[in-house]
Design a protein around this ligand. Structure first.
Ligand code: HEM
Ligand code: FPP
Length: 316
């Protein structure tokens, strides 16, 4: 089969490329739904950072975060194609379904990784580029290739990869890593275990079948639920720090308290629940929670946002 544009045809599932893969399959490789929050938090870091970045460069920085995070997702799917084929949740992905070959997925991921890192470095700055490459490498090498299959602490340490984006957005503007951006990192770092373990509680069978040592499989549901509560109790005070450090204002602070109390309440309900009803609720809430926190943080910095687009002289 030749690999020319003449092979591109339209099918009911979208535009199909030669070899049977469609554009939709390649988009699926980028894990777009999970990455939406990764990109949103990266954008928030960029907005709340002090200083000015030209809107075009801001757009390039956000694009680089999106592309690199998606590329890491594609390499993750290349490496995990064996276990993805076993789990209900992942068995319809393009690799287990045979719509994209392992080689194509890997070269797609590596190419996009190199492209986004270079673009970030050349167009924005090299601090942001190094952080971007570190997040990508952390997710691929530390989480996917090492910890995910070897320890129930995989999420706690590996989750650091997903905590980089606000720090990357911040560095795109400031060229540095500061206490305030480290706090943004810590928020996602502490949020990830309750976020993921909530899902793992109601997907435990999948992970057991695939032999992945997620905490509920190895330590049991009770212990997992206790650890979720513990992480949530540490997380909520950390979410208040941006108000004290001047990264955000009182609107964010008040919302962080209310949202945090709701998160703690759900963790307690998860602990008391015999089934998985509250785990499902907590997983859904965890996503809304992080979107809301970073969204409000940006709203609190609306003057900075306006100045980014040159609409006022008041820089953030
Ligand atoms: C090691 C850390 C993490 C693990 C293992 C993890 C795992 C998962 C899994 C397995 C899902 C279900 C996705 C699916 O069914 O396709 C999910 C959903 C999601 N995750 Fe995470 N996650 C992690 C960190 C993060 C981070 C850092 C973010 C963003 C800041 C994030 C954002 C999301 C979002 C937005 C969804 C919902 C996707 C949807 O609507 O289907 N996750 N996560
Ligand atoms: C460059 C950059 C900013 C990278 C950040 C990428 C990142 C760490 C994203 C969030 C983590 C995530 C999707 C975990 C799921 O992996 P999994 O393999 O456990 O999930 P799966 O079973 O759905 O494949």
């Amino acid at each position: 089969m030749t690999d020319t544009s003449a092979d591109i045809k339209v099918e009911t599932t979208g535009v199909a490329l030669s070899g049977g893969a469609s554009v939709r399959d390649y988009i699926a490789l980028l894990k777009p739904r999970v990455m939406s929050l990764v990109v949103f938090s990266g954008f928030a870091g960029l907005i709340v950072a002090p200083g000015y970045l030209h809107p075009l460069l801001a757009a390039v920085a956000v694009l680089c975060i999106a592309v690199s995070a998606g590329a890491a997702g594609a390499i993750n799917m290349w490496y995990d194609r064996d276990i993805d084929a076993i789990m209900e949740r992942t068995k319809s992905r393009p690799l287990p379904k045979g719509r994209i070959s392992p080689e194509e997925a890997l070269s797609f991921g590596v190419t996009l990784t190199l492209f986004s890192t270079m673009l970030m470095g050349l167009a924005v700055n090299w601090t942001a580029a190094i952080l971007l490459a570190s997040a990508n490498a952390f997710y691929v090498f530390i989480y996917t290739m090492w910890l995910k299959r070897s320890t129930p602490h995989n999420i706690v340490i590996g989750g650091a990869a997903g905590a980089f984006p606000p720090m990357i957005g911040w560095a795109a503007v400031t060229g540095s890593v500061d206490l305030q951006s480290i706090v943004l990192f810590l928020i996602i770092f502490m949020w990830t275990p309750p976020h993921f373990w909530a899902l793992a509680l109601f997907r435990e069978g999948d992970y057991a079948k695939a032999g992945v040592p997620m905490l509920p499989v190895v330590a049991g549901t009770e212990s997992t639920k206790r650890q979720m509560l513990l992480y949530t109790l540490v997380l909520v005070p950390i979410t208040l720090l941006p108000s004290f450090l001047g990264t955000a204002g009182p609107l964010y602070g008040a919302a962080a308290v209310l949202l945090g109390l709701r998160f703690i309440y759900l963790s307690v309900q998860v602990l008391r629940d015999d089934g998985v009803r509250y785990a499902k609720r907590m997983f859904g809430f965890s996503i809304m929670y992080l979107f809301a926190l970073f969204g409000l943080m940006m709203l609190d910095r609306a003057p900075g946002l306006l100045s980014l687009f040159g609409l006022t002289g008041a820089a953030g």
